[in-house]
Design a binder for this molecule. Structure first.
Ligand code: NAD
Length: 475
């Protein structure tokens, strides 16, 4: 299966985009001969067609990964680390192109894609350093015995990823699998397979042996389900919606696979009156409008202290004015903060939530409309004084829509912040560090950011409470 030449809109740059399935270090056609369209959400035009894997292709990938596992698991850890570092070096050389591919395919603003690529490179380096630091224990039993534990790889692992952070999720799955001596088959979201396939060319160039990494774009119900059902796949790492996460867990139970689930969120971002106002407003914006709000841990429920009515109203006014200055549009244009929503379905879902909110007479602070009539652009939108039990407060919208809820006491705040099926991210904004720690210890959230938001580091674990998932990634 050959590569195709793709031209970026606006900047007129051309590169070679692989469009095959990546199995055994080769790009191959799907056995069925089926392909699917990959469009850009920027203007809805076709970028290219990609081969569509199904059960037959997954079987071939599992055979390749099983064969590779026999040698990869015994490859010395420092050598595995060198491969991962080499991959990070090659990605570093191509960081601008990788970011552009991601923006073209996903619609995210270029600065967001650059943020992702940087974290991906740092994360592969972190995993490279981890390879030779995986130790067991010696256990004191009695003098006749020498007892010890060893941490061993599982074998062939499966991974299924969403479309909001295609390259980042690829790294979060591939990095740890390879560092720990496993081989892997990854299915990217069919909306956004391009950066993953391009990175496969670098995996091959880095010398990572054939069959260690296999990437099979395809549908969830077809290709994804074949991964879940395959008896030789010993673990599945899934990132996506809570709804599909429940299916993943049920399917994996049939062959007692281990599972890691990174699912949805509806994260509280909390503002106390004693915060640094300018910095807090920037953090609220990063919390909900970074990546067009397509962030699992987006700070979409904004709780603001309203013990002083005047301060509360002034804060809302400043927040509104700052948001209205954000530039929305073509991800490649200078100064654009927010690009396009990634898929037509998700775009429509976001607009439907806004319509439902308007119909129930929720108070709109700013935004609420589609921008233009080509591409999936939505204004950054904020509703305020929203009831705790409203659909907008309780459900994950997964777009640039925030709700503001006032609170009068810390006890009321904690109760409301934890009143959610989810528990992924959270933020606290205050100059009183004792208060921040006190509140953070009472929040049911995998991450609590204090006076910052969406701040990631490879060494810091990430994952959820409650229906936001099982297990931790990174760290
Ligand atoms: P999704 O659940 O629809 O799809 C995720 C992946 O699962 C895709 O690759 C899809 O093809 C596949 N899939 C769908 N149905 C399947 C099935 N029946 N069997 C096997 N695979 C199937 O999610 P999405 O819309 O791509 O992503 C958005 C969701 O992901 C949001 O809920 C978001 O919060 C969540 N997310 C979570 C994290 C995290 O780290 N917790 C990170 C990013 C996104």
């Amino acid at each position: 299966m050959s590569a195709t030449s793709v031209t970026f809109p606006i900047i007129n740059e051309t590169y070679q985009q692989p469009t095959g399935l990546f199995i055994n270090n080769e790009f191959v056609s799907a056995k069925s001969g089926k392909t699917f369209d990959v469009n850009t959400p920027i203007d809805e035009s076709l970028i290219c067609k990609v081969q569509q894997a199904d059960a037959e292709d997954v079987e071939i990938a599992v055979q390749a990964a099983s064969k590779a596992y026999k040698t990869w698991r015994f490859t010395p850890p420092n050598e595995r680390g060198r491969y991962l570092n080499k991959l990070a070096d090659l990605m570093d050389e191509k960081r601008d192109l990788l970011a552009k591919i991601e923006s073209l395919d996903n619609g995210k603003a270029l600065h967001c894609a650059k943020f992702d690529v940087n974290l991906v490179i740092e994360y592969f380096r972190y995993c490279a350093g981890y390879c030779d630091k995986i130790d067991g224990r010696t256990i004191t039993t009695d003098v006749e015995h020498f007892t010890y534990t060893r941490k061993e790889p599982l074998g062939v692992c499966g991974a299924i990823t969403p479309w909001n952070f295609p390259l980042l999720m690829f790294a979060w799955k591939i990095g740890p699998a390879l560092a720990t001596g496993n081989t892997i088959i990854l299915k990217p979201a069919s909306a956004t397979p391009l950066s993953n396939l391009f990175t496969c060319t670098l995996i091959k160039e880095a010398g990572i042996p054939a069959g260690v990494v296999n990437v099979v774009p395809g549908s969830g119900r077809g290709c994804g389900n074949s991964i879940l059902q395959h008896p030789k796949i010993k673990k599945v790492a899934f990132t996506g919606s809570t709804e599909v996460g429940k299916t993943v867990m049920k399917e994996c139970a049939n062959s007692i696979k281990k599972v890691t689930l990174e699912l949805g969120g509806k994260s509280p971002n909390i503002v106390f009156k004693d915060c640094n106002v300018e910095q807090t407003i920037q953090n609220l914006i990063t919390g909900i409008f970074f990546n067009g709000g397509e962030v699992c841990c987006a700070g979409s429920r904004i709780y603001i202290e309203a013990t002083d009515e005047k301060w509360y109203t002034e804060f809302l006014t400043k927040f509104k004015e700052t948001v209205e200055k954000l530039k929305i549009g073509n991800p490649f244009e200078e100064g654009v903060f927010q690009g396009a929503q990634t898929t037509p379905d998700q775009f429509q879902t976001v607009l439907d939530y806004i319509t439902a909110a308007n119909e129930s007479s929720l108070k709109l602070l700013t935004g609420g409309k589609r921008i233009g009539n080509k591409g999936y652009f939505v204004e950054p939108t904020i509703f305020y004084d929203v009831p705790q039990n409203s659909k907008l407060t309780q459900e994950e919208i997964f777009g640039p829509v925030a709700v503001v809820l006032p609170f009068k006491s810390t006890e009321e705040l904690i109760e409301k912040a934890n009143d959610s099926d989810f528990g992924l991210g959270s933020g606290i904004h205050t100059e009183d560090f004792n208060k921040a720690i006190w509140v953070s210890e009472r929040l049911e959230a995998g991450s609590v950011w204090i006076n910052t938001y969406n701040d990631f580091h490879p060494a810091a674990p990430f994952g959820g409470y409650k229906e936001s998932g099982i297990g931790r990634e990174m760290g």
